[in-house]
Design a protein. Structure first.
Length: 328
C-alpha cells in the first residue's frame, strides 16, 4: 500500500462549537464558522503494513497509549470499514501547535489523519466527504479541511452535518495574534467540558439559540470584509460560550487571571479606537482578531501588562494538502 502524508492547519472558531446533539456521530448543537490559520498545523503520514499485528501510532515521535491511542484506532476502523481494508497501519504525526491547550490541535490532527488515511486506504474522497470523515475524530476537524473561512453546518445526521468553504482566499487585512498563556494540556478536555455545559448549564439552550441566530450576521461580516462586526460577534460568542461553563453545576472555567487581563487590555485598546477583539476556545490562551496595521500598537499595550507573554502572529491559512510520499 502507498504511503501518504497530509498537512492540515488548525482553525479558530469565530462562532463556537460547544456541545453535541449526537455524541456518537459528533453532530453539534450549533452551526459554527471558523478561520483556518497558516502558522499552526499537523503533518501526518499513514501507510498500511501487513506485517503489523497492532496499529503503530506516534505523536511527535512518541508512541501513543491509552485513551489517545484508542481514539485514533477507532477512527482508523472507520477508514478500514469504508475501504474494506483489514491491515493495521502506521500513523506518524507531528503537531506544530501545542497539544490539548485550547489551540485547536485536534482539528488539524484529525483533518490530517482523515486525509492521509483515506488516501493510503485507496479512497478518493471529495472535500465534503473528507469533512464528514474528519468530523468523526474531532468536530472542529471538519472545518480544517478548508482554507480561509469555513462553516460547519450542524445538520441532523451524518450526511447533513458537514463543513464547507465560505471563502478560501482571504484578500483583506485580518490576522489573529495568538497569546500563549499556558501551553500545557488542560485539566478538563473539550469533550468533557462541552458535555458538562450542555447537561448542567441552566442557560445552555438560550446560548444555542443565540449562537445559531448569529450565523447570518457573521456570514455578512465576512462577505463585507467588516472586521468590526466580525470581531464584535466573535468576542461576544466566545464570552457567551465560556459563561455556560461558569454557570454549570458544578461550575468550571478554562480562563485564568492572565486570560482576563488580556481581555481587559483589549477592551482598553478598543476605547482608543483600535479594532481588536478577543476570542478563546477551550483553554486559557487568547486569540486577538485584528488588522496587521495595528500589530505594533497592540503588542506595545500587551507588553506593558505582560512583558513575557508569548505571541504568534497567525494569518489566514490553506486547506488540507495531501501528497504521496513523506514530503509536503
Amino acid at each position: 500500500m502507498s504511503q501518504y502524508t497530509a498537512r492540515a492547519h488548525t482553525n479558530i472558531a469565530l462562532l463556537k462549537y460547544w456541545g453535541k446533539a449526537d455524541t456518537n456521530l459528533i453532530i453539534p448543537t450549533t452551526t459554527s464558522i471558523s478561520l483556518t490559520l497558516n502558522e499552526f498545523y499537523t503533518d501526518t503520514t499513514v501507510w498500511f503494513d501487513e506485517q503489523l499485528t497492532v496499529d503503530d501510532i506516534t505523536l511527535n515521535n512518541v508512541s501513543l497509549a491509552g485513551r489517545s491511542y484508542e481514539k485514533v484506532t477507532r477512527f482508523m476502523d472507520l477508514v478500514r470499514d469504508r475501504a474494506n481494508q483489514h491491515q493495521f497501519v502506521h500513523v506518524h504525526s507531528i503537531n506544530h501547535v501545542p497539544t490539548a491547550a485550547g489551540l485547536a490541535s485536534s482539528a488539524s490532527a484529525f483533518a490530517a489523519l482523515a486525509g492521509a488515511a483515506s488516501a493510503a486506504a485507496g479512497l478518493s474522497l471529495e472535500p465534503a466527504d473528507l469533512s464528514r470523515l474528519a468530523r468523526r475524530g474531532s468536530g472542529s476537524a471538519s472545518r480544517s479541511i478548508f482554507g480561509g473561512f469555513a462553516q460547519w453546518d450542524r445538520g441532523h445526521d451524518d450526511q447533513t452535518s458537514v463543513a464547507h468553504a465560505l471563502t478560501e482566499t482571504v484578500d483583506w487585512p485580518i490576522q489573529l495574534l495568538t497569546l500563549i498563556v499556558n501551553d500545557q494540556p488542560k485539566k478538563i478536555d473539550s469533550r468533557g467540558g462541552m458535555q458538562n455545559a450542555r447537561a448542567n448549564s441552566p442557560f445552555y439552550q438560550q446560548w444555542v439559540d443565540m449562537a445559531n441566530a448569529q450565523v447570518p450576521a457573521m456570514q455578512a461580516a465576512i462577505n463585507n470584509h467588516d472586521l468590526v462586526t466580525l470581531g464584535t460577534l466573535a468576542e461576544a460568542n466566545a464570552l457567551q460560550m465560556h459563561a455556560q461553563n461558569m454557570v454549570a453545576n458544578p461550575p468550571f472555567t478554562y480562563l485564568t487571571d492572565v486570560s482576563w487581563l488580556i481581555i481587559e487590555t483589549v477592551k482598553a485598546l478598543r476605547a482608543t479606537g483600535i479594532p481588536v477583539y478577543a476570542t478563546m476556545d477551550a483553554g486559557p490562551n487568547v486569540k486577538l482578531i485584528s488588522q496587521p496595521a495595528d500589530t505594533e500598537k497592540i503588542m506595545a499595550a500587551l507588553r506593558q501588562v505582560l512583558p513575557e507573554i508569548q505571541v504568534t502572529v497567525a494569518t489566514p491559512g490553506p486547506g488540507i494538502q495531501i501528497v504521496q510520499g513523506d514530503r509536503i
